[in-house]
Design a binder for this molecule. Structure first.
Ligand code: ASP
Length: 418
């Protein structure tokens, strides 16, 4: 955008510098004084940035989906796009989970891991929310309550219904509502642009805080030396295969676009996802850049991306598989092939159910573990490295959504500008 060019140094470079300086500042500050003494002077800036992004998510998602669905015109187009979107999400998430499963079985990072390192997990429930309950809860009983709680799936559901029926009332009402929603949407996009300007500072504060917290915890650093370090490498390696090979190939051969140019255009959204560990926080940037930089239509971006930010989590599914099997290995539990397939299946469901917020994937791990009878305390084994795993998996979650928008836009005959 013109406003971005005026600045000189591109925003993604500014964010990268923010990340780099944050790492240095976190380490240096810990050397000078303990984490407790300084974090409150830094953390607030990251909190403001994150809250600012979350502030716009609900109005953005509601108006953009309602407009997008209304813009599809007829139910056949809606059904076609929704069908392709869900198919793409399930297929890529299943591939990601399988990559995780394969790598962790080859490297076996958990074999011989010391169980002494397990941290106490205060309150993990077995997470036995039934599948039926999950489906039922998509239909909001009170849309304002769902909005207030930030529950995206019910909000998406209501917005789809609203957009669908917006086209089925008197034309003068359709025109009024479209005008109103377009106006709100445009204003929210302007606010997004304003908040993105703060990203380098917000990201700096978030990273300084995270690095400081870890650097102040010698136990966590020590544990990285052994099997936990290899576990992190397996997670990163799997994510790298999904994000560096599988998804780019899909963009290249199904979306017929240059994957590297696409990544470079989406870099602000990806870096925001990486540093905030929240697909929800990266969503406004993802929607904006998919449209303005990649040329995806509003109709597709505003349907595919919000839905993706809550149900399409390639990185999370991969993480769930690697972690569940790592825990089984650490406890010396042999899993049959059927149990491993069960893990892939529940990892898919856990990834769909996980919210786009930090650590959601780790909480959902309880579902995967209980599905095959693995000890829930195993989660304590990986707590120390949760941040290190959440950052890259959120980045891949958001990248997967953005690839989805590109290939679906291409399949609908849109001219992209990647
Ligand atoms: N933090 C991830 C996200 O927002 C979810 C997770 O914890 O896996 O996409």
């Amino acid at each position: 955008m013109a406003e971005e060019k005026k600045k000189g140094l591109a925003l993604h470079w500014q964010i990268l510098i923010g990340i780099g300086l944050g790492i240095v500042a976190g380490i240096v500050l810990c050397k000078i004084t303990p984490y407790e003494n300084w974090y409150k002077y830094i953390k607030w800036a990251g909190d403001i940035f994150l809250r600012g992004l979350r502030m716009i998510v609900i109005p953005l998602v509601f108006t953009s989906i309602a407009l997008g669905v209304a813009g599809m015109g007829n139910s056949a187009a809606l059904g076609r796009i929704a069908g392709k979107t869900i198919l793409y999400y399930i297929a890529t998430t299943a591939v990601a989970a399988t990559i995780g499963l394969t790598l962790v079985n080859i490297v076996k990072p958990g074999v011989g891991a010391s169980l002494n390192l397990a941290e106490e997990v205060a309150s993990v429930s077995s997470g036995e929310v039934s599948f039926i309950d999950q489906i039922v809860s998509i239909v909001p009983s009170n849309i304002f309550e769902s909005m207030a709680k930030g529950d995206l799936l019910p909000v998406i559901f209501f917005a789809v219904i609203f957009g669908f029926f917006m086209n089925r009332v008197d034309t003068k009402h359709t025109i009024t509502l479209s005008g109103l929603f377009t106006a709100v949407y445009e204003v929210i996009m302007k606010i997004t642009l304003f908040i993105i300007r703060l990203a380098p500072f917000g990201v700096f504060a978030i990273v300084t805080n995270v690095v400081g917290k870890q650097a102040d915890d010698p136990q966590a650093l020590l544990s990285m030396a052994g099997s936990l370090g290899i576990f992190v490498l397996v997670v990163w390696g799997g994510l790298l295969i999904q994000g560096g090979v599988v998804l780019p190939l899909i963009v290249r051969f199904i979306g017929k676009q240059n994957p590297w140019r696409h990544i470079s255009k989406m870099s602000t959204a990806l870096l925001t996802a990486f540093s905030t560990c929240s697909s929800g926080a990266a969503l406004p940037i993802n929607i904006r850049d998919s449209q303005e930089k990649c040329g995806v239509s509003n109709k597709i971006a505003s349907f595919v991306l919000p839905l993706g930010s809550t149900i399409n989590m390639n990185g999370t599914a991969l993480y769930e598989c690697v972690t569940a099997i790592f825990i089984a290995q650490a406890y010396g539990i042999d899993l049959s092939l059927a149990q491993q397939i069960m893990i892939v299946f529940t990892a898919l469901l856990a990834a769909i159910g996980a919210a786009g917020i930090p650590m959601a994937g780790m909480v959902m791990l309880a579902i995967v573990l209980s599905a095959v009878g693995l000890p829930l305390e195993g989660i304590g084994l990986v707590l120390a490295v949760e941040q290190l795993c959440d950052m890259p998996r959120t980045c891949i979650n958001v990248y997967g959504d953005s690839c989805g928008a590109v290939i679906i836009a291409h399949s609908e005959g849109e001219q992209l500008t990647i």
